[in-house]
Design a protein around this ligand. Sequence first.
Ligand code: AMP
Ligand code: ZN
Length: 132
Amino acid sequence: MANCQLLTMAARALITFSPMTDCLFCKIIAGSIPSKKVYEDEKVFAFEDIKPGAPTHVLIVPKKHIAGVDHLTEADTEVVGYSHLIAAKIAKERKLEHGFRTVYNVGPDAGQTVFHLHLHLLGGRQMHWPPG
Ligand code: AMP
Ligand code: ZN
């Protein structure tokens, strides 16, 4: 393989996995800000929400920095589905057989406050619809 191709691949890998230095959730993933870890593998990191809105409130976060659902590209489709799979696994472990909710807040109208994609997993109480 030509040197320039190798360099391009290395640069792409660096861009994909580099944490954003000013991103709260990148810092949590890196361990430089503490969190109550629930699950981790090479693709996602899950931890307890600091201000739980239900008895179970876990955030499932891709290790790649993505600002939000409105910043997804086709390259991100797998991790979005995978995050739901992990949410269902955690729900099963927590015995949420009566149900649970998964939510992505997108943008200011939906109340998004952290601009690193995160799937909320909420459960352990009756949910209301429509949500506030
Ligand atoms: P959103 O409003 O959808 O952007 O959700 C951000 C979530 O991150 C909120 O539910 C916050 O309570 C939660 N959060 C903020 N800071 C931390 C932290 N240091 N550790 C865990 N969860 C956090
Ligand atoms: Zn980030």
